[in-house]
Design a protein around this ligand. Sequence first.
Ligand SMILES: *Cc1c(COP(=O)(O)O)cnc(C)c1O
Length: 415
Amino acid sequence: MSQPLEEALQQTLDEWNRQGLTRRLSPVTASQGITLEWEGQKLINFGSNDYLGLAQHPALREAALRAIREWGTGSTASRLVCGSLHIHHELEEGLAALKGTEAALSFASGYTTALGIIPALVEPGDIVILDRLAHACLLDGARLSRATLRVYRHNDLEDLERLLRWADARRSAAPRTPRPTRILIVTESVFSMDGDRAPLASIVELKERYGAWLMVDEAHATGLFGTRGEGLIGAAGLTERVEIQMGTLGKALGSAGGFIAGSKRLKEWLAQSARSFMFSTAPPPAQAAAAAAAVALLQSPEGAHLRQQLWSHVHRVIASDPGHPLPWPGWMRPLASAILPWLVGDNERALACAQAARRFGLYIPAIRYPAVPRQRARLRITLSAAHRPEDLDRLLSFLHSLGSAPGPDGATPSD
Ligand SMILES: *Cc1c(COP(=O)(O)O)cnc(C)c1O
């Protein structure tokens, strides 16, 4: 007889609790601009991915309300049945224009985008090569495909090339019919928990040399980089050389959803083979309409202004007070991204630091395993164009208090 469900769950929950790994779901009771109300406290939010403050922008609110008035609240069916509303097509045209690709295809979330597209492109016998720090949805999509999975050391081109050499040799040694073995490299352009960037140009060169395909997740770059907010691939002039661009609509774009951008043929293929697209109700019209409004806003003078605002905030925090050097890892060059990880190592200390932030009136999430590797727990600070100078003042005084105070184990917070 198996252990009763409740008992089995409690046993594991107790174990996680001992390791400082349990999470609480506490409701945010109000959210106004950059502040939120949480567990009875009003806090300045340094934890969201709303990098440009668009989630509360009047243009997005208005677009969503208009869509509800015009279309109602639900899309009523899969895109392949009768849920492919005009607004979804308009959003996809906007995304393709933003990314400079022939086409784009939108999904209900970024997570389901990855889960749908990787198994639509590779299958058992093919090979997926993944950066070690790639997002959980990319790993899960690769696993779901049942292709052979290999992981390279984070941003390590030599290790990537070693795996490409191996994959190429395997492809030549055992030719498959009716088609050759596919090799798919998957990376993010800005890494979600470390805030550093992938060496995209070098990865593109490698994948071309070894005849592989490249998929790049721009979840934390779309809207932020490039003169129009097109992301790092576009900004680096690599659009024509990256087969599959992925992004989310729930971060800088202030709505929800995910998408791929690429060729018309890629879109045509995915629309009838990505199972998370085919077998799921189309995103609600309000979600698509808000995202479409965000795509337009990104490319307007206001979008450029918001990006400028964001980068001046990032610059200010990184360059602050040379007397107390902030412990950003060595690779954390100014303006790498809007994500600033403050590594503290163990879970308990990360939770204690997040608590301390609340005493400063700041919401900063403690990020622990499995979102990051064990012993790499951290505060993940995200900056937004919507922060005010006084919010940054408060963040900096908190960081300086952390930087000068020894941790519970006597260590200073550093990588
Ligand atoms: C957030 C995130 C996703 C998932 O996107 P959602 O729209 O939130 O489901 C995918 N990839 C990366 C790198 C992310 O940070």
